[in-house]
Design a protein around this ligand. Structure first.
Ligand code: NAD
Length: 272
């Protein structure tokens, strides 16, 4: 009977779609790439790393998921390369449905000692690349009549911590940018949202633990228990599966009215 038909397509079916995910050679970006590829979505991977390892990941994803997986080596420090990555998806795979601005770096240092080059890099990779990729993606998504932009911000897009001035500034910028883009595209069936994770166990966090131990003059074990677990009430890392659940909702048709939000997935961090 007609009225018993589901209103929405299976939200887990992304077949025929194309996603571009910056910083997807590692950590959260790679987990999101695996999630969309497993649901039938073609993917453009991006990120730094050993070329043979990247090729292994690309080929493994393509073979195990039966989708087309490409790699584009755009350096997120360079706006023209970021735009080229987006254009590459359209040229190579024919369309662009999902843009994930995920690449990010961190540097932990007191603000009065914060190195200028680290400040510039963090703003360029964590914030400006989001602008360059989004600007390039919008005309393609508008022409298709649908699009999903997901920015991987951070709990540090919503609240601050000491010694992370550039990262906190960049991630607050991503949250503001997300809202503006959402408003501009609200009538184009293109949503733009941010996910704000608390601590997730990835190479980026491992480096932070080492940096924090250095700036605080303490051991890595103490940083884990006294800094990381201190801020996250669940007292454990957020998992990439938990991020993937929210991400799949945002990119599905069920997420069509969800735009401009910055969703904390932070084990209760921002509830304090
Ligand atoms: P990660 O270090 O595992 O991955 C970062 C990715 O970005 C890698 O693929 C890396 O190659 C890529 N990258 C870095 N510089 C680049 C450049 N110049 N050009 C192209 N690619 C570049 O880190 P992650 O933890 O998976 O972080 C992913 C995103 O999630 C980041 O934006 C980070 O700020 C955010 N985040 C992470 C956590 C966490 O606890 N891990 C928490 C909140 C937010």
């Amino acid at each position: 009977m007609d009225n018993q038909r589901p209103v929405f397509k299976d939200p887990n079916d992304l077949s025929g779609q194309v996603a571009v995910i910056s910083g997807s050679t590692s950590g959260i970006g790679l987990a999101l790439a695996r999630a969309v590829a497993a649901r039938g979505c073609d993917v453009v991977l991006n990120g730094l790393g050993d070329p043979s390892e990247i090729e292994r990941t690309r080929a493994e994803l393509e073979a195990s998921c039966g989708v087309r997986v490409r790699y584009h080596a755009a350096n997120m420090l360079k706006g023209d390369e970021v735009a080229d990555m987006v254009a590459y998806a359209k040229h190579q795979l024919g369309r662009l449905d999902i843009l994930v601005n995920n690449a990010g770096i961190q540097h932990v240092e007191a603000v009065e000692k914060f190195p200028s080059d680290q400040w510039e890099k963090i703003i360029a990779i964590n914030l400006s690349s989001t602008f360059y990729a989004t600007r390039a993606a919008i005309p393609i998504m508008k022409a298709q009549g649908r699009g999903r932009i997901v920015n991987i911000a951070s709990v540090h897009g919503l609240v601050a911590s000491p010694f992370k001035s550039a990262y906190v500034a960049a991630k607050h910028g991503v949250v503001g940018f997300t809202k503006t883009v959402a408003l501009e595209l609200a009538q184009d069936n293109i949503t733009c949202n941010a996910i704000c994770p608390g601590f997730v166990e990835t190479p980026l966090v491992a480096a932070q633990v080492a940096d924090l131990a250095r700036t605080r003059g303490t051991s890595k074990e103490k940083v884990l228990s006294e800094v990381i677990l201190e801020s996250q009430p669940t007292k454990r890392f957020v998992t990439t599966d938990e991020l993937t659940g929210a991400f799949l909702y945002l990119v599905s048709d069920l997420g069509a009215s969800t735009t401009g939000i910055s969703m904390p997935i932070d084990g209760g961090w921002t509830a304090r």
